[in-house]
Design a protein around this ligand. Sequence first.
Ligand code: SAJ
Length: 420
Amino acid sequence: MSSVCVVGLGHIGLPTAVTLARHGHTVLGVDTNQALVESVRQGRTSFHEPGLSEELALAVGNGALTVGTAPAEADAYVISVPTPVDGDTPVLTHIEDAAGAVGGVLSPGALVILESTVPPGTTAGVVRHALEATSGLRTGHDFWLAHCPERVLPGQILRELVENDRIIGGLDDEATRRAIELYRSFVTGKLVPTDATTAELVKLSENVYRDVNIALANDLAAVSEHVGADIWRVIEMANLHPRVNLHQPGPGVGGHCIPVAAHFLLAGVSVDAPVIRAARAVNASRPRRTVELARAACEGVDSPRVALLGVAYKAGVGDARATPATEIIEGLEAAGVEVRVHDPLASGFHRPLQTLDDALAGADLVLIVTDHAGFREIDPAHAATLVRRRVLLDGRNAVDLEAWRAAGFRVRRTGVADGA
Ligand code: SAJ
């Protein structure tokens, strides 16, 4: 086995480092965040992911994984650092800094893999140039460079890192071969060889596919409300068709991946792509639409108070960093609405979270933004004793509307006509 340096110990980098360590590699995990490095050194994770704490403790305990704030010489490097956006513009400074740091310790014969999601052409451009400039070595002659995007789902990362098929995009055939050799040491899925730019485009196509399909569901929800149908029944029945997979409408599209995929895909590309752009605009408008519906539900109420349930960016996770709930809360508070927030799983949200009862106390509207499974267990009769007005707006298909109606709530659901 080989020595691997994983640069970036976030939601993808840390599980990747742990998985490589578990499969016989000697791994150095690197991050510029000293506090994060220290906590990982002590076997503590900075986020919840099933099985990760146990695997980390094992890898650190048996010495297969060590951590630091700077890369060191290794047979292979995996760069997995954040690629945020500033407005619509992808920010590649973390990528450049990481590639520069790796270049500083790069030795002939090494393999460098970029896993971060980037605009097409980044690996062959920015990354290659940063590596060559700081190492004095040449790609394809002295070292090898590939782009291997990840497609794991938070909550299932450790399993999917091993089982998912991977796209292996080398700058040249030898880079692809060497990258396949590394991934074959832990991946049981297919390893599909291609070039770096194709691999970058595959990753973005996967996520733009999802963005466009969520936008389609949101458009169909608007039509459904207008014609008096229940979009959730429509989706359920349409998806009985063997070749239809309608996604789910909702109050917004969060996370660090789907909302930015269109911006990465179209960055610096002079192509119309009207469907992709329109879909992004539809999804970006959903939080505003949710604020409008919530304000309408509080019409005529003095000093309205909303109990907002669910701030994680999606059901079943605790990650509340890039969530539509933030824009919804800001929109409501800008309109003079008091918002109390409850989420049983969220961590790292930028405002205090209440217990369910404290959030419901005196509320004029119960607004469900994230469809955590636990919300289906809320007793509407108990909620009725706490709220000031029995009104529920379910932004997802999160609870049994009939049970809330039976407890005296007036209910509304995304994609269902008012009163239906
Ligand atoms: N959402 C909807 N309706 C849907 C599906 C999702 O409104 O039908 C919303 C969710 O509530 C959430 C957002 O979209 O706010 C993103 O949800 P997601 O299920 O796409 O979750 P991510 O971003 O954690 O994972 C996606 C996955 N990509 C695809 O499914 C094509 C995952 O495989 C990727 O690894 C990940 O993006 C990524 O890192 O790129």
